[in-house]
Design a protein around this ligand. Structure first.
Ligand code: GLY
Length: 407
C-alpha cells in the first residue's frame, strides 16, 4: 500500500484521504493548554508523592484511585518516570529525592531478582534508572539499569532471533515474542552506548528485525504475539492475548508498533522501519472513532458500547513525535499535527481535572479486557493506568520542549 501526500499551497500538508479530513477538523492543543496540563500533572504527582515514595502505584486504578504496591510489577517504572518528568517540568527537589529512593528500590529488585523473569526490563528501568542517570548522573541508576539489560538479553533465543516475552524459557507454549517488547529495546541500545559492548545492541537489532518481519500483517494491522518453532526457530503463527480476537488489532499493540518502529528507526536508521511506521500509523488512524481516542481494540469504531484505551492514544502520539524528528518537514508536520489533536482530545475529555476524583492523570484506559476470543484476564478496564499517565506526560513534555528521551 502506498500512502499519498499532497502539499498545500499555504505550505501545509495534507493526505488525500477522507479520514485525514475528519482528523483535521478536530482542534489542536494550544501552548497554554499544554502548560496547564503539565502544571496539573506536577501538582497531582506532588500531592500524592508522600503515599507513593516508599510504595509505588498499582498498574491500574480502581474507581479512579491507585492503590500502593511494592516494586513487583512490570509497570512500576512508569510512576518513577512520571516523577522524573514532573521534576524536569517543575524542578521541585522533593521529586528528585523520591525518584532517588526509587532507584535504590530498582537496584535491590534486580540484584535480588524480584519479579524480573520476563522481558519488561526496559519498561521498568528506562523511565526510572536510565532517566536518573541521564538527568542527574545517578551511578546507582546506571548500575541497576545495566544489570537489567543483562537480565533482558538472557531471554534471547538464537533459534528464531528474538527475546522471549513471558514464562519459563524453552517451553513451546512460551516460545514467542510480543509487540510491546519494542519499547524494552532502548535499554539495550543505551547499555551498548555506555559500556561500548555491542552485545546488547546486536540483540536489540535482531529482535527488532524479527518482530517487524512477523507481527505486521499485510494490511498493516499487527499481531500482539507471535510464536516460533522451538526446534527450528521458524516463524509459526500470530496470536492475541489482550486484543479482542486473533486477527483484530489490539489498540495498544498497534500503538506499541507505532512507537516501536519510531524507536527502531532512531537506533538503526533503517529506512524500512520508517516505511513500516507510516503504514502502521495509517492503519491506526483509519480505525479511530470521531474523538480520535481508540476503543480498546481497533475492531471497534464509533458508536459501540466498548471501553476506550486512552493510553493507546498517548503512546501513539509519543511515537509520532519521535519519528517526526527524523522526517522531512512536511511529513514531520503532518505527524506533529496529529499528535497535537490527540492531546487536545485527551486534555478536554479524558484527563483528570480534580485531585478529589482520582489520584491519576488520565481516565478511560483499558489494561486487560477479556473477550470470548482472547486469553487475558479482566482487570483495569475503563480506569487510569500507570503507562497511560506516563505517556500522556511524555507527549506533553515533548510538545513543550526539545526533550531528551528516556528511551
Ligand atoms: N505491555 C503490556 C501491556 O501493554 O498491557
Amino acid at each position: 500500500m502506498v500512502i499519498f501526500y499532497i502539499s498545500l499551497s499555504e505550505g501545509g500538508f495534507e493526505k488525500m484521504e477522507k479520514y485525514w479530513e475528519s482528523i483535521r477538523s478536530k482542534p489542536l492543543i494550544t501552548s497554554d493548554e499544554i502548560e496547564d496540563a503539565l502544571k496539573f500533572s506536577c501538582d497531582q504527582i506532588l500531592n500524592y508523592l508522600p503515599e507513593f515514595t516508599d510504595k509505588f502505584q498499582n498498574a491500574y486504578s480502581e474507581n479512579g484511585f491507585y492503590a500502593p504496591i511494592d516494586n513487583v510489577q512490570w509497570t512500576n517504572g512508569f510512576w518513577t518516570g512520571e516523577i522524573w518528568l514532573a521534576y524536569e517540568n517543575c524542578g521541585d527537589n522533593r521529586l528528585k529525592e523520591a525518584a532517588e529512593i526509587h532507584i535504590e528500590s530498582y537496584y535491590q529488585r534486580i540484584i535480588n531478582k524480584i519479579s524480573v523473569d520476563h522481558h519488561d526490563m526496559g519498561f521498568l528501568y528506562s523511565p526510572s534508572c536510565v532517566a536518573g542517570y541521564k538527568l542527574i548522573g545517578s551511578e546507582l541508576g546506571k548500575k541497576a539499569a545495566l544489570l537489567a539489560a543483562d537480565q533482558l538479553i538472557s531471554r534471547f533465543h538464537d533459534k528464531g532471533n528474538f527475546i522471549q516475552a513471558w514464562g519459563s524459557m524453552n517451553e513451546p507454549d512460551n516460545y514467542r515474542l510480543i509487540i510491546d517488547c519494542l519499547l524494552n529495546l532502548p535499554l539495550l541500545y543505551w547499555a551498548s552506548e555506555v559500556t561500548g559492548d555491542t552485545k546488547y545492541s546486536d540483540i536489540a537489532d535482531k529482535h527488532t528485525h524479527t518482530t517487524l518481519a512477523n507481527v505486521i500483517r499485510e494490511d498493516y494491522s499487527t499481531w500482539h504475539t507471535f510464536y516460533f518453532n522451538m526446534e527450528t526457530g521458524e516463524p509459526e503463527r500470530g496470536s492475541t492475548c489482550q486484543g479482542y480476537r486473533d486477527g483484530s488489532a489490539w489498540a495498544r499493540g498497534q500503538a506499541w508498533g507505532i512507537y516501536g518502529t519510531a524507536l527502531g528507526y532512531k537506533y538503526t536508521g533503517r529506512a524500512e522501519y520508517m516505511e513500516q511506521f507510516e503504514h502502521v500509523a495509517d492503519y491506526y488512524l483509519r480505525h479511530l472513532p470521531t474523538d480520535l481516542i481508540p476503543y480498546w481494540d481497533l475492531e471497534f469504531t464509533s458508536g459501540v458500547d466498548q471501553p476506550r484505551d486512552s493510553s493507546s492514544a498517548s503512546i501513539a502520539a509519543c511515537g509520532m513525535l519521535e519519528m517526526a524528528k527524523y522526517m522531512e518537514d512536511d511529513k514531520a508536520d503532518y505527524y506533529i499535527d496529529i499528535a497535537k489533536r490527540f492531546l487536545k482530545s485527551l486534555y478536554d475529555n479524558y484527563a483528570v481535572k480534580d485531585h478529589k476524583t482520582s489520584n491519576g492523570l488520565v481516565l478511560h484506559s483499558t489494561y486487560s479486557n477479556s473477550s470470548p476470543y482472547n486469553t487475558c484476564n479482566h482487570y483495569g478496564v475503563d480506569e487510569c493506568n500507570s503507562w497511560g499517565d506516563y505517556f500522556y506526560m511524555e507527549a506533553l513534555t515533548r510538545l513543550s520542549k526539545d526533550w531528551n528521551v528516556y528511551w
